[in-house]
Design a protein around this ligand. Structure first.
Ligand SMILES: [Zn+2]
Length: 407
């Protein structure tokens, strides 16, 4: 059996072919873009598994609750230079077809994040993110394969019925400005996870591109308290180190690092130092391993691929324990490297990735899009001798445990 065969035989879902916004007339009701492929945009990654290993990997994918702690399962224009015009329409398309072949039970969908420039130039405005959330919800409401997750039971139900749970997330709390009640409004819209700050500092705390990190602000502490009370998971992936540690201390519930890696493996501001990773685990939280282009590199695998990401995985399992590690691959359907180039300033890409020199890759081999992530992650774990019990934990079990506490 080949890797390709594994990729195309994931769990049966109740997806029946719905395409985003097909309740409207393209061209008349909205501007149409030529969108990228959801399947086979890049060649299948060959892990070199035996037939027996392929079968075990497939069984693990089919039988378990599989959760991505961070992704952007939207489809982007084939010509990525059109991305700003595409986003300006406020109408991102969900990759339903690709998701139906991913084997995932639930995905933490981070919407437009720092590219949310629907109504502004630099993104993150309240008007940008409410536009983004409302439009995606309208589309999702017109089909019944993907459902918005409001609690752990929705994920279990998706597992039993062949659906896919979608968790609405914001990578930063910047859009709430100084209005703590906006967190309730976002909860009402379905948001179940929020980051403290993105690269830039905001009213809550500091982002990882700032030279001086003043930690969690007084308002940030109020916001953390409100998120705890509401049942919104807190993420510190893009926060500065001091702000991360302050958030762990301030939060009564475990805090997530949904998409990052270890600075002990690759020394950039985007990665977390041992102190932060250990504090996350001690407080009961979970780390999702990041795989966006040119983030989780390693000196053993300096061309970014699944192998570099797994160097971070093995390091973090050693440091934090297997119960505190998961995956938040941060992938999308389209040219992610091109997206980083066009939105470099909005996303603070150069500041986040400053550190050892590295060679650019066109895409991250083995973890390029949401469809191939978990078949390949599970295949890699099988090939490297991990037990069924440990694999079940890191592909979703650990996340379910912590969500039961937080939500
Ligand atoms: Zn991010």
């Amino acid at each position: 059996m080949t890797t390709e065969a594994t990729r195309s035989t994931a769990r049966q879902t109740r997806y029946t072919g719905y395409k985003s916004y097909s309740y409207l007339t393209p061209g008349a009701d909205y501007v149409e873009f030529d969108l990228d492929d959801e399947l086979d945009r890049v060649p299948a990654y060959d892990l070199g598994l035996t037939t027996e290993e392929e079968e075990r990997a497939r069984r693990l994918l089919d039988d378990n609750v599989v959760i991505s702690l961070h992704d952007h399962p939207q489809v982007f224009p084939r010509d990525i230079s059109q991305i700003r015009d595409y986003i300006r329409t406020g109408r991102e398309h969900t990759g339903y077809l690709g998701l139906s072949r991913s084997g995932m039970t639930a995905v933490f969908d981070n919407l437009m994040d720092g590219t949310a420039c629907v109504t502004s130039q630099c993104g993150w405005k309240w008007s940008d993110i409410t536009y983004d959330i409302g439009m995606r919800l309208s589309d999702i409401a017109h089909q019944d394969y993907v459902r918005v997750v409001h609690g752990v039971d929705d994920i279990l139900d998706a597992h039993e019925t062949g659906g896919l749970g979608l968790v609405l997330c914001l990578e930063a709390s910047t859009p709430i400005e100084n209005e703590v009640d906006r967190i309730d409004i976002l909860y009402g819209m379905g948001v179940r996870q929020m980051g403290i700050a993105y690269s830039e500092a905001n009213t809550l705390g500091s982002g990882l591109k700032e030279a001086g990190d003043g930690g969690l602000t007084v308002f940030g502490r109020r916001a953390v308290e409100r998120m705890n009370k509401l049942g919104i998971a807190i993420d510190v992936s893009h926060s500065g180190d001091r702000t991360c540690l302050d958030t762990f201390e301030a939060s009564e519930k475990p805090v997530l690092i949904t998409h990052a890696g270890a600075r002990g493996v690759w020394d950039t501001p985007r990665m977390k130092p041992d102190e932060v990773l250990k504090a996350c685990a001690e407080q009961g939280g979970v780390l999702g391993l990041e795989a966006a282009p040119h983030t989780t590199l390693s000196h053993d695998h300096p061309l970014h691929s699944i192998e570099s990401v797994m160097d971070h995985f093995t390091y973090c399992v050693e440091l934090m324990g297997i119960d505190h590690v998961a995956f938040g691959p941060d992938t999308l359907y389209g040219d992610h490297v091109g997206l980083h180039r066009i939105f470099a300033s909005n996303l603070g890409v150069h500041d986040a990735h400053r550190g050892p020199r590295y060679e650019q890759v066109p895409y991250v081999a083995g973890l390029e899009n949401p469809t191939e992530c978990f078949p390949n992650i599970i295949g890699w774990l099988v090939k490297h001798g991990y037990s069924d019990e440990d694999i079940t934990k890191v592909i979703g079990g650990n996340i379910m445990r912590v969500l039961q506490e937080i939500w």
